[in-house]
Design a binder for this molecule. Structure first.
Ligand code: SF4
Length: 262
């Protein structure tokens, strides 16, 4: 008789490798009051939150955002000044020799593909958009290397248009932990996360909340070690203290409660 195959068991190593998700059950759509409290606290914490990629024009922001895939903003900010010195205009980059561009941007990783996208985007802008970065989602999505995340960065940060919400690795993770997404499968499910954020956040907050969640994800709610004990969003976070971090002291609890709206 054929024996039933036992269910696969997770090894100790795989347990150690997995990042804390902070959520065990599928959540419901968040209450408006809790969302409002989170937004208010983000404004208090990060009132001047801005995009961390250095840029002086829509074109420079587009280039920096393409380079930032799988790379830190700090690294991109070190590379872009040299790139713009060598190729000051869109037309210059459209005519560039790929191998030369690869040499300049190599340290950002995936440099062959990024070079292809940068030169391709410069060519498309030169040929179809009079060498100017367009300001609509549909037009931006025509550019090589540009998906909704990059288009949302351009539209929100440069053109000040809230057409969508940027979902990068920090925003995906924090949206999940804070229970701001309820239809996404996991924190990589950018399409569903963006749809949920667009439904639950007031439109005029889309760009700000994106910037603020990125800052909070870097400073407090990091991927491997969320610092719930020092997080003033804890009162409104369904994942708070679910990662094995020590519970707050009474003094800290009072401070968190006092600094949290709602
Ligand atoms: S309480 Fe703060 S640090 Fe902890 S999971 Fe929630 S948002 Fe992240």
């Amino acid at each position: 008789m054929k024996r039933a195959t036992p269910p696969a068991r997770r090894t100790v190593a795989s347990k150690q490798k997995s990042k804390p998700s902070g959520r065990s059950r599928r959540p419901a759509k968040p209450e408006a009051r809790r969302v409002a409290a989170i937004i208010a606290e983000l404004h208090r914490l990060y009132s001047d939150a801005e995009c961390a990629l250095s840029h002086k024009s829509a074109w420079e922001l587009l280039v920096a955002t393409i380079l930032s895939a799988q790379c830190t903003d700090e690294r991109v900010n070190k590379v872009t000044p040299g790139l713009f010195d060598r190729y000051p205009t869109i037309a210059d980059l459209a005519r560039a020799v790929p191998r030369d561009v690869e040499g300049v941007i190599k340290s950002t990783g995936f440099f062959r593909n990024k070079t292809k996208n940068l030169i391709g985007a410069a060519k498309t802008l030169s040929e179809k958009f009079s060498a100017a970065v367009p300001r609509t989602m549909d037009e931006l999505l025509e550019l090589p290397g540009v998906a909704r995340k990059t288009a949302n960065v351009l539209l929100g940060t440069w053109f000040k248009q809230n057409d969508g919400v940027v979902v990068d690795t920090h925003i995906g993770r924090l949206s999940h932990r804070l229970g701001l997404t309820w239809r996404s499968k996991n924190d990589k499910d950018a399409v569903k996360i963006e749809q949920d954020l667009m439904e639950v956040l007031p439109r005029n907050e889309w760009t700000f909340v994106g910037h603020a969640l990125i800052w909070h994800g870097r400073r407090v709610c990091t991927a491997r070690k969320p610092n719930c004990a020092e997080c003033s969003l804890a009162k409104n976070c369904p994942s708070a203290f679910s990662f094995g971090s020590p519970p707050p002291t009474r003094q800290r609890k009072t401070a968190i409660a006092a600094s949290t709206v709602g």
